[in-house]
Design a protein around this ligand. Structure first.
Ligand code: UD1
Length: 451
């Protein structure tokens, strides 16, 4: 049976106190909406429709970046969840199958839960998703059940004392046949205190027509919604805790798990070791057996087997470290390929560059890649020795097996096996040190008496 996703993402999120639409706030460096899209995407939907409203252009861009085939529709006025779903009608023209309604601000839904909802659709016309609340609270609508049949959803403010004690509450997610869903939505009225059209009316409407409705249960953590910055921080912490636990389970060593910050797409291989206080930005893959030492920051990079990075290293997008490479303390690498066994161990910047196998880059080396207007490339061959404090003024090429002397400013290509030496010659003046000391001490004494 085909599936279409409708993800509601029109809300402003006033309590976020932000210029950015709520659903674009990130959890593990990934917009909340994208988390929801990926969860639904796991069911291989035939169509995906995102209902936007506040900041719709920004939301549309984030949607396109994740899935170019997803359709974005705009709900000009936010007149309630049923009105929001109604905006997807044209985008779902001709679609036959199940529609799953998701929320852009409910990022933790498990694809298996969505599969269970689709499974329940074989028996019931309308399937709502609920969860048991740990403590009685007014935020959620109560699911009024009769056996496994859902009779209606009653909001806390409208509920009787008895109903208020019900712990099984509405997440808002639902699954329903597409044609029936829009048919039922046409019947939803806005005859309520806020004059809005709510999806919560659907079970009662379905029952009134002699159709069947049910509610299946998921873990409360899955329907965790985000309304404020505090909720966002709590959701991120929850994500981090789960992602760290998953890595430990997969055989990754985390010396101090609670200090490692992960992105939603971080991939770390078995037997890799991550020391404390490491931040993984988006797009990082660390292969098995690599070590990331303390206080390193990585994004958009690939670290191969046996490589050691840090402590205090920064790997920026486009960094490709081959096997057994070394990137040491206070080294920044950007858009650069470091070939097998090459070492950049101390206080260096290597950007827009390629470094050949087994090359050693001395302390304090800088690839001067930017002339203030354009970026240029530095190409360093295999088995090269770059002396400490070498400035490589790009574009420049250093041939295989070449050397640069300490303190050299390289402005011209260096042939293979050549030694590049570009610094002024040293002169030693014998006996000058004590004379100079005496001169300076006398000068200081004169100053002190004048003062
Ligand atoms: C709703 C349910 C409640 C349920 C709770 C779960 C109603 C009356 N109540 O309340 O039973 O327990 O969700 O969180 O529905 N949205 C749009 N367009 C709109 C309106 C809403 O896109 O016109 C989006 C919002 O951005 C939000 C979601 O739909 O992501 C839920 O809407 P919201 O108004 O927050 O519902 P609740 O008041 O929380």
């Amino acid at each position: 049976m085909s599936i279409a996703l409708v993800i509601l993402a029109a809300g402003k999120g006033t309590r976020m106190n932000s210029d950015i639409p709520k659903v674009l706030h990130p959890i593990a460096q990934t917009p909340m909406l994208v988390h929801a899209m990926r969860a639904g995407g796991a069911l291989s939907p035939e169509r995906t429709v995102i209902v936007t409203g506040h900041g719709s252009e920004m939301v549309a861009e984030a949607v396109r970046n994740e899935d170019e085939t997803a359709q974005v529709v705009v709900q000009e006025e936010q007149l309630g969840t049923a009105h929001a779903v109604a905006q997807a009608r044209a985008a779902l023209e001709g679609f036959r199958g199940n529609v799953i309604v998701l929320y852009g601000d409910t990022p933790f839904i498990d694809p298996d839960t969505l599969r269970r909802m689709v499974e329940a659709r074989k028996t019931f016309d309308l399937v709502m998703l609920g969860f048991d609340i740990a403590e009685v609270q007014p935020r959620y609508g109560r699911l009024i059940m009769d056996g496994d049949r859902l009779v209606e959803i009653v909001e806390y403010k409208d509920a009787t004392e008895e109903q208020r004690d019900i712990r099984f509450t509405n997440s808002g997610l639902l699954a329903c046949d597409a044609a029936l869903l829009f048919d039922l939505i046409d019947q939803v009225s806005n005859d309520n205190a806020s004059g809005e059209y709510y999806l919560t009316e659907l079970p009662a409407l379905a029952n009134a027509r002699g159709l069947s409705a049910t509610a299946i249960k998921c873990d409360e953590a899955e329907t965790l919604g985000v309304d404020s910055r505090a909720d966002l921080a709590a959701a991120d912490a929850e994500f981090q805790a789960r992602a760290r636990a998953a890595l430990l389970q997969q055989g990754v060593t985390l010396m101090a798990p609670e200090t490692v910050y992960l992105s939603a797409d971080t991939v770390i291989g078995r037997d890799a070791a991550i020391e404390p206080n490491v931040v993984f930005g988006p797009g990082v893959t660390v292969e098995s057996g690599a070590t990331i030492r303390a206080f390193s920051h990585l994004e958009g990079c690939h670290v191969s087997r046996g490589a050691v990075v840090g402590p205090y290293a920064r790997l920026r997008p486009g960094t490709e470290l081959a096997e057994n490479t070394r990137i040491g303390n206070f080294v920044e690498v950007k858009n650069a390929e470091i070939a097998e066994g090459a070492k950049v161990n101390h206080l260096s910047y290597v950007g827009d560059a390629s470094v050949g196998a087994a090359t050693n880059i001395g302390a304090g080396t800088i690839t001067c890649n930017y002339d203030g207007v354009m970026k240029h490339k530095t190409t360093i061959g295999e088995g090269v020795f770059i002396g400490s404090n070498t400035m490589l003024v790009a574009p420049v090429t250093i041939g295989d097996g070449a050397m640069t002397a300490t303190g050299t400013v390289v402005t011209e290509d260096v042939e293979p096996d050549a030694l590049a030496l570009a610094r002024s010659r040293q002169e030693n003046k014998l006996g000058y040190a004590s004379k100079l000391f005496q001169m300076l001490k006398a000068k200081k004494a004169r100053r002190d008496t004048e003062a």
